[in-house]
Design a binder for this molecule. Structure first.
Ligand code: FE2
Length: 219
């Protein structure tokens, strides 16, 4: 997939410039979503199922990768708070309930439809590169807080009234995005990225994965 980002200049890695690039990427992704009323029941089920297949087992893993990658105390403590909330409130269980109620429990073929793009994100996270992973997670939190209305509508059209997952993530991820931006600032101060660093590689890979969740036929 063609990359859509202008490279960040070595010392133009200020939070403001990054924030703007992330929010443009989120806007572009949201604008590419299909109209919910034009989707078939199978199309709606597939999006919820692929989203669940990816997020239920991977979000905490990605965030743990971010934790293992950062060096600043501030970033560590922000990420730990995020992880604590995920585990304490059992967000994977919340997502599983959401998928069950929408009759969209992931199947083998749902997992296969996102396999390659998910693997690319996993391999990227495995490189444990702090600033790029934090950027990826900040992008993701910014995306899902606005994606939740779409996901909730799909579930509603599936006849579900279970909306705890979408309610919680449409609200709590506003604060998470702000906190992760703060973590990013702290980490960039501690470990200024080199001129050749492709800071947005993870954002790019995760964006591609989100597209394969929403529009599997396109990939
Ligand atoms: Fe969560």
């Amino acid at each position: 997939m063609e990359r859509i980002y202008a490279p960040l200049t070595p010392n133009g890695a200020q939070t403001d410039s990054i924030k703007e690039q992330l929010s443009r990427t989120v806007d572009g992704l949201l604008a590419s979503l299909p109209a919910t009323e034009q989707l078939s029941a199978d199309g709606r089920r597939g999006i919820i199922a692929r989203y669940s297949s990816v997020l239920e087992g991977n979000f905490i893993y990605w965030m743990t990768g971010a934790y293992l990658s950062v060096g600043s105390e501030e970033a560590r403590s922000i990420i730990l708070d995020n992880l604590r909330e995920e585990v304490r409130d059992c967000h994977p269980g919340m997502l599983r309930r959401f998928a069950i109620a929408a009759q969209a429990v992931p199947s083998d073929s749902d997992a296969m439809a996102v396999y390659r793009d998910l693997m690319n994100v996993r391999l990227f996270v495995g490189r444990l590169s702090g600033v790029p992973i934090l950027l990826m997670m900040t992008f993701f939190e910014g995306f899902i807080q606005r994606f939740m209305a779409f996901l909730a509508e799909l579930a509603r059209l599936q006849g579900s009234v279970e909306q705890e997952y979408t309610d919680v993530h449409g609200v709590c991820d506003v604060a998470h995005t702000q906190e992760l931006l703060r973590a990013l600032g702290a980490e960039m101060t501690l470990n200024p990225p080199g001129p050749a660093a492709n800071l947005l590689e993870g954002v790019d890979l995760l964006r591609t994965l989100m597209i394969s969740i929403v529009q599997p036929a396109v990939n």
